[in-house]
Write a new protein. Structure first.
Length: 280
């Protein structure tokens, strides 16, 4: 026991005391309510007040879908080599390395194989934080390889899309991925292996125009923006006011573009039942 009492640090005057709350709260984009982040974790990043579905990172999506969050990741090291030496506000090479640092990924998609409710499946999840989840050569190649593995091993395929479309910085090479993936999906179809497409907010451009709409089942999260061109461009082209709810999941379901809208908390059960139905 010490004979000397430790001197306490002098208390700050009340007016200057601060409480650190930064990063603990999130504001809902839809209902503007401030939500404690811990609460969001327990609801899979869905607003408890208005059911707004926040974006999920690719690895969070994997943790949600794969049993015990365990999977084997494929082609993690594939990287774009900047084929056009593209420069916009900054060189594409710099943009890629900045994005790599920010997300810990080499491109905008993760491919994993593991069990979903005890069924072996391959899941591809897009990462919206990596250049808006845009589809370039690497995304195209990783998905194509995933499909080829599914053909070989007879595993069902699930692709969770979240994308701004084709990647401008890779020009026509990005657009070619649409045909490449669609061709590979046709081979999967001929082998009678199911592919389920899950569309999340937002799925637009070349991704909607290719693999996101080619599923045996095309399902979406509630209120997701799904379309090819943006509403403003369409309005200017056709010179007509667009109906309310245009390009949202509910509107698309009503008009036969989607098979179902599934809440995030139910999505794993839904996928498992669908695979059962397909005989897997
Ligand atoms: Zn909300």
């Amino acid at each position: 026991m010490s004979w000397f009492k430790k001197r306490k640090a002098p208390k700050k005057p009340i007016g200057t005391r601060t409480v650190k709350t930064e990063g603990l709260w999130e504001k809902c984009e839809q209902c503007k309510q401030t939500i404690w982040k811990k609460d969001l974790e327990s609801t899979c990043n869905v607003c408890p007040n208005c059911n707004f579905h926040f974006k999920l990172k690719a690895n969070e999506r994997f943790n949600l879908l794969f049993d015990h969050g365990t999977y084997i990741e494929y082609d993690r090291d594939l990287q774009s080599n900047d084929p056009l030496q593209f420069v916009d506000k900054k060189p594409y090479k710099t943009r890629l390395s900045d994005m790599s640092l920010a997300t810990g990924m080499n491109d905008a998609i993760m491919v994993g194989e593991g069990k979903l409710s005890d069924k072996v499946v391959c899941i591809c999840a897009m990462e919206s934080g990596f250049i808006s989840g845009s589809m370039g050569v690497v995304v195209g190649e990783k998905i194509t390889r995933a499909i080829e593995r599914c053909v070989e091993k007879k595993h069902p395929l699930i692709i969770v899309s979240c994308s701004g479309g084709a990647r401008m910085q890779e020009g026509a090479l990005s657009l070619m991925q649409m045909a490449k993936i669609s061709g590979a999906l046709a081979r999967l179809d001929r082998k009678h292996i199911p592919y389920i497409s899950v569309l999340t907010n937002p799925t637009t451009g070349g991704v909607t125009a290719s693999y996101a709409m080619l599923g045996d089942l095309n399902i979406a999260e509630p209120n997701a923006l799904i379309g090819f061109a943006g509403p403003r461009v369409i309005e200017q082209t056709i010179r007509q006011k667009l109906p309310s709810g245009f390009q949202r999941s509910e509107f698309l379901l009503q008009h036969g573009m989607l098979d179902a809208i599934v809440n995030r908390k139910d999505i794993k059960t839904y996928l498992s039942n669908a695979l059962n139905f397909f005989g897997f």
